[in-house]
Write a protein that binds this ligand. Structure first.
Ligand SMILES: [Zn+2]
Length: 243
C-alpha cells in the first residue's frame, strides 16, 4: 500500500477519553484527486478526513488517527451524535452521484480493504461499526453509494458479512403508512445503529434511513419502501450482530 503523507489543517483534538470505535467510508464527490486534496487541505473549507484513497490505490494520509477529522458533519450512530469524535474517516475518490457516479476500480478497493483492515485491527473496531456516510447521515448523504462493494470488504475481513434473503411478495408499506411492521423495522434499524425515528410511521426520515440500509444491503433496489425482503434483511443483520 503506497502511502503519501500530506497534513490537513482541518482537525482538532478528540474529547478526553474518547477513542475511535467507528469507521466511516465516503466517496469524495469530486472529479479529480487534485480537486479533493485542494478542498481537504483548505483551512477555509473546514472539512477533512483521515485518509483519501486515490483511484490507483495510493493512500493520502491527511489527519493523524488520534485527532478528530471533520468528515461526518451532523450525524448519528448507535446514539452517538459526535460521530467525528468517535470515528476514523476514509474518503474514496469517486465523482459521486452529482458528477458521474461510477464503479470503484479494483486497485482502489484493494487499498481500501488493506487500510480498513489495519485500522479496525489497531483500534478494535467492531464489524457492525464499519459504516457508510449515508448510514450515519441518511437524510443528507448517499455515499459511498450502491456501487460500493461491501462484499469485497467482508471477504477481506472488514465489516459485517453479506446476507442473502429471497425476494418476498409480502405486503409493502409506502410513505405515510403506519403499523406494527413499520414499528418493528424502526426498532431493528435503531438496534443496528441508525438514528431512526420510533414513530410506527413511514415518515420521510424513516424512508431515508431505509434507503441507506437498502443501498448497503440490497444495492439493486433502494426506494425507501418497507417490503418483505427488506424486513427479512433487517432481521438477518440484527441476528448477525446480536446472536
Ligand atoms: Zn461523505
Amino acid at each position: 500500500m503506497k502511502t503519501v503523507r500530506t497534513l490537513s489543517p482541518n482537525f482538532d483534538a478528540r474529547p478526553d477519553g474518547v477513542r475511535p470505535e467507528i469507521l466511516v467510508l465516503h466517496y469524495t464527490d469530486t472529479n479529480t484527486l487534485d480537486e479533493t486534496l485542494a478542498i481537504l487541505l483548505d483551512r477555509a473549507r473546514e472539512v477533512s478526513a483521515h485518509y483519501v484513497v486515490a483511484e490507483d490505490g495510493t493512500v493520502h494520509a491527511l489527519v493523524d488517527e488520534d485527532k478528530r477529522a471533520w468528515h461526518a458533519g451532523k450525524a448519528s450512530w448507535r446514539g452517538f451524535s459526535d460521530v467525528n469524535a468517535r470515528s476514523i474517516g476514509i474518503e474514496i475518490q469517486n465523482p459521486g452521484h452529482r458528477c458521474g457516479y461510477r464503479p470503484f476500480p479494483d486497485a482502489q478497493i484493494a487499498a481500501v480493504c488493506e487500510l480498513a483492515r489495519d485500522i479496525c485491527a489497531r483500534h478494535k473496531i467492531a464489524p457492525r461499526d464499519v459504516v457508510g456516510h449515508s448510514d450515519v447521515a441518511s437524510m443528507r448523504k448517499r455515499d459511498p453509494g450502491e456501487f460500493f462493494p461491501w462484499t469485497k470488504l467482508a471477504a477481506a475481513g472488514v465489516g459485517l458479512n453479506p446476507v442473502d434473503v429471497p425476494a418476498s411478495d409480502a405486503r409493502e408499506y409506502g410513505p405515510g403508512e403506519s403499523g406494527a411492521a413499520i414499528a418493528e423495522a424502526q426498532r431493528d434499524l435503531a438496534r443496528i445503529g441508525y438514528g431512526c425515528p420510533q414513530t410506527g410511521m413511514l415518515d420521510d426520515e424513516t424512508a431515508a434511513v431505509l434507503v441507506a440500509f437498502q443501498r448497503r444491503w440490497r444495492q439493486t433496489r433502494f426506494d425507501g419502501r418497507l417490503d418483505g425482503q427488506t424486513r427479512a434483511l433487517l432481521g438477518a443483520v440484527v441476528a448477525q450482530i446480536f446472536y
